[in-house]
Design a protein around this ligand. Structure first.
Ligand SMILES: NC(=O)c1ccc[n+]([C@@H]2O[C@H](COP(=O)([O-])OP(=O)(O)OC[C@H]3O[C@@H](n4cnc5c(N)ncnc54)[C@H](O)[C@@H]3O)[C@@H](O)[C@H]2O)c1
Length: 332
């Protein structure tokens, strides 16, 4: 399903990047994870690009196994003559022929609750899927984006974390299926660049949010939003002091499209997020205000030393946290 805001955002990205996107005209593009939050947004940007280039549109193949991404998210694109949508698994070899100019490899399972339930599938997409896409890119692609994660840093022993920090990741814990397979995906990208000069750029998205994201996605912004839309309360399972870089989806996609077109970025990894950090508490507070004052409270185990409870415009009094709701996800 597309909304007016997504359509406007997609056109805005194309207009802002302008001539930088010209090489896409008449090119062949592959988007994996095409029905996911980010993959679908890339398709909408390519749709906006083709609106502006009706005589030489980019010819796009969208590929998804629909394990997570709902087909409805991209149903408005069915019937576009420049788009071929395929149900396929990126971890299977030979799903992609050569002759692709640009590859946007966004197939994976981004939601912690879903990848914990599908640990082998997420490893397959992040490792074998990335390997297969690199092999496809090796056959003459001009640019490839491979999506990794800030989770490659794990629980960093150094905060703020310098970009050259090598990470502190459990290789056997419940999140290892995601974190470690993203790390190996990055190793594959670096290796293919070194050995074969494959023009791949690794992108580590930092808390991207926005229209098109599923409310049951399991990440912090959709969790809070879902609570706010149902009248609250907005429950945080921490003291809310941790900060995050929350990045609006069209800003993120604009940066990615720019990197896709930049040969000088080949072989590099990019942390793409908002330069401004926000505490989880203040994100929740803003959301409660915008949604019209649902209560907002923090819980933790063990409980925090002080009551944490933000009143919104109605000015309710602080309360001690008493948490009965079960967490849909940990903030982060
Ligand atoms: N959104 C974020 O803030 C964020 C943060 C960190 C990393 N990432 C990474 O960015 C990429 C895209 O994220 P997203 O938010 O769009 O995730 P998402 O879970 O919404 O979408 C991923 C899509 O990939 C598909 N998929 C999964 N396994 C597949 C397979 N084997 N073959 C084909 N399709 C498969 C799913 O069905 C889904 O449609 C992922 O690699 C994710 O790990 C995203």
């Amino acid at each position: 399903m597309i909304t007016r805001i997504i359509r406007e955002d997609a056109r805005f990205v194309v207009d802002r990047l302008g001539r930088m996107l010209e090489p896409l005209a008449g090119s062949r593009v592959l988007v994996t994870g095409a029905a996911g939050f980010l993959g679908a947004f890339f398709l909408d940007v390519l749709d906006a690009f083709n609106e502006r280039h009706p005589s030489s549109p980019a010819r796009v193949t969208g590929l998804d196994n629909f394990l997570v991404g709902p087909p409805e998210r991209i149903s408005h694109l069915l019937g576009r003559p420049w788009l071929s949508l395929r149900t396929a698994d990126v971890s299977r070899p030979d799903e992609v022929d050569g002759g692709t100019d640009y590859i946007i490899h966004a197939a994976s399972i981004g939601s912690p609750s879903i990848y914990r339930a599908n640990p082998l599938q997420v490893i397959a997409a992040n490792v074998q899927g990335t390997w297969n896409m690199l092999e496809a890119a090796r056959k003459g692609a001009k640019g490839m984006l491979s999506f990794s994660s800030s989770e490659v840093y794990g629980d960093p022993a150094v905060v703020p974390t310098p970009e050259d920090y090598n990470g502190n990741v459990s290789f056997t814990g419940p999140r290892a299926c995601y974190d470690e397979s993203k790390r190996l995906g990055e190793t594959l990208c670096a290796t293919y660049f070194r050995l074969h000069r494959v023009p791949v750029k690794v992108i580590r998205p930092f808390n991207v949010y926005g229209p098109g994201q599923r409310l049951d996605d399991g990440r912090i912004i959709p969790d809070l939003l879902r609570a706010a839309l149902s009248g609250g309360p907005l429950v945080l399972f921490s003291d809310g002091a941790a900060t995050r870089s929350f990045c609006y989806v069209s800003d993120f996609v604009e940066a990615c499209m720019m990197l896709l077109m930049m040969p000088e970025a080949d072989g590099e990894a990019f942390n793409v997020g908002n330069a401004e950090e926000l505490s989880i508490a203040s994100a929740a507070r803003t959301m409660a205000e915008v949604a019209g004052d649902p209560p907002c409270r923090c819980c933790s185990n063990p409980p925090p030393r002080r009551p944490i409870w933000w009143t919104t415009r109605s000015g309710a009094a602080p309360i001690w946290p008493s948490c009965t709701a079960s967490p849909a996800s940990a903030p982060g």
